[in-house]
Design a protein around this ligand. Structure first.
Ligand SMILES: COCc1ccccc1-c1cc(O)c2[nH]cnc(=O)c2c1
Ligand SMILES: [Mg+2]
Length: 216
């Protein structure tokens, strides 16, 4: 197929979702990825956990590491009050472009920064006139979770800042999990869930990955 999976998701959203309606964009992505082809969006099950944490935190400045198609970006932005700012970092330019169009279709305003988190995080303070992030959603390369968290600790977090990370057990970020569970700087909470788009009937299989599900 000539198009990429993110582009196929974008085309589906543009075809079936109501312009300016964030919920219809989320539903379009979820139905496509549960019925047609799996994709690594946080999905609706884990998305409900994300929603609850955002609503409880009521953040003004939000950072997302790993935009992909912008599904979780839309999920977060739709719950923020006017005036709040959401920045999302994506290193793959094709993903970033798809995300911009999906976020635009949802009628939301987000700053997508294209580049590697380890390069961009140290520049954020200078680049954006913001003090600290109130909420960070971590959903990019599992091997980068801990390194990037330590970069954030330099001067972008404050007492009470909330970090929420996807996939800490599947595929897994064991060094990050251990650090958050043992560091005196953090109170950690684990939300057991299931990998996105698995509890479905028919539909395509995971992208060439034989998955041994350790459902907790
Ligand atoms: C490309 O692997 C896809 C896959 C295959 C099997 C199990 C998990 C995942 C997976 C699930 C996710 O939510 C993810 N979120 C962000 N960056 C990821 O690389 C990622 C990977
Ligand atoms: Mg994920």
């Amino acid at each position: 197929s000539g198009t990429s999976r993110p582009v196929r998701i974008l085309h589906h959203v543009q075809k079936v979702a109501q312009y300016g309606d964030a919920q219809s964009v989320l539903s379009a992505v979820d139905s496509y990825c549960s019925k047609i082809e799996w994709a690594m969006n946080v999905g609706d099950l884990k998305g409900q956990i994300l929603d609850a944490v955002v609503l409880e935190t009521r953040p003004h400045y939000v950072l997302e590491l790993g935009t992909y198609c912008g599904y979780s970006t839309v999920r977060i932005a739709r719950l923020l009050p006017p005036g709040a700012r959401l920045f999302s970092i994506e290193m793959n330019p094709q993903y970033a472009q798809v995300a911009r169009e999906i976020i635009q279709h949802a009628g939301l305003d987000v700053d997508i920064l294209v580049g590697c988190t380890s390069d961009l995080i140290p520049q954020l303070k200078k680049k954006l006139d913001i003090e600290k992030f109130d909420f960070v959603f971590i959903d990019h390369w599992k091997v980068s979770y801990l390194r990037d968290t330590k970069l954030l600790e330099c001067d972008l977090l404050r007492p009470g800042s909330v970090l929420l990370a996807d996939n800490v057990t599947c595929p897994g970020a064991p060094d990050y999990l251990h650090y958050m569970r043992t560091s005196p700087r953090y109170e950690s909470q684990y939300f057991p869930s299931r990998l996105e788009y698995l509890s479905r009937g028919g539909g395509g299989a995971l992208p060439g990955i034989k998955l041994l599900l350790n459902v907790t």
